[in-house]
Design a protein around this ligand. Sequence first.
Ligand SMILES: O=P(O)(O)OC[C@H]1O[C@@H](O)[C@H](O)[C@@H](O)[C@@H]1O
Length: 289
Amino acid sequence: MPDPLSLPPSVRSIPFHGQPAWQMALPTGDTVIVAEQGAQVLSWTTADGAERFFLSPRSLFDGHSAVRGGVPVCFPQFNQRGPLPKHGFARNLPWRLEGGEEGEQGATLRLLLEDSEATRRWWPEHAFAARLAVTLGAGTLRLELSVHNPGPTTWDFTAALHGYLHVDDIGGTRLDGLDGQARWDTVADVRDVQHGPVTFAGEYDSVFAAAPAPLQLHQAGGGRLSIAQSPEWGNTVVWNPGATLCAALPDMPADGYRQMLCVEAACIDEPVPMAPGARWSGWQQLQVL
Ligand SMILES: O=P(O)(O)OC[C@H]1O[C@@H](O)[C@H](O)[C@@H](O)[C@@H]1O
C-alpha cells in the first residue's frame, strides 16, 4: 500500500468544468487550480482577484482532448516536430498527485506521469517519469518540470510550458527582454534577430533563443508581469494566433486571440538527451510586478 498522500491544508480536491482538479489557496488570497488531465494549471488568481491565465470557454473538458488555456505541458514532443501527436501526449493523459507541502516560497503541489500502456502506444521503448511541481507564492507562480529516465534505453525529448497569459488586449501588449535574441519566425519561416520589444499585429509564432534575463510583459492597462525561466530551457516561444487563425480554431471564440499571449519556456532546437538514469529539470516563474 502506498503511503497516504500528505497534502498541505491549502489544497483541496475540486471538480473544474466537470473534471478532477486541485485548488491551492494561500491566506494572502492567491489561488491556483491544477487539473488531473495534463497536470495543467487552468487558473491563477492573485490577491487582487485578477485571473492571470486565459482559458478558452470553448475548450472541450472531456478528460482527454487538449484544453486551450492555462499552462499545457508539452512533452515529450514540441509541436509537430517528430512522429508523436502534436505537442506530445502528456497534456492528454491523467497525471497522478504525488503530494505537496508548504514552505518559505509558498505552497507546492506535485504531480507525476509515468510510462503506461497508454504512453507505450506512442513511445514503446521509453520508460520515463515526468513530474510537475506547481508552487504558488504571493503574486508568484513557479512551474518546474522534471524528467527522469529509469529504463535501460536512451531517448530524447522536446518540451514546453505552454502558458496562455491573460492580456487586456493583444494590440496594446508589449513583451520586453528579447532584444538581440536569435528568432525563428515560423509564420514567415525566416530566421533573424529580434530588434526591440515584441509587439503584435496579426498572427505571431516565433521560437527565440532564450534570453539571459527575465522577460517583462506590459499590458495595455498598465499591468506588468516578469517571466523568468531556468537556463535548462534553451528556447522561448511566443505565440498569438491572430484573428484569421483564431477564427479557424474550433475551441476558441472568434475574438479569443485578443485576450491571450503564450510565452513558453521550451526546449526545441536541441532535444534533451536522456541516457539511462539521467535526470533533467527546468522551471518557469511568473511574478506580478
Ligand atoms: O493548437 P495547439 O496544438 O494547442 O498548438 C497551439 C500553438 O502552440 C504554439 O506553441 C506553437 O508555436 C503554435 O505553432 C501552435 O499552433
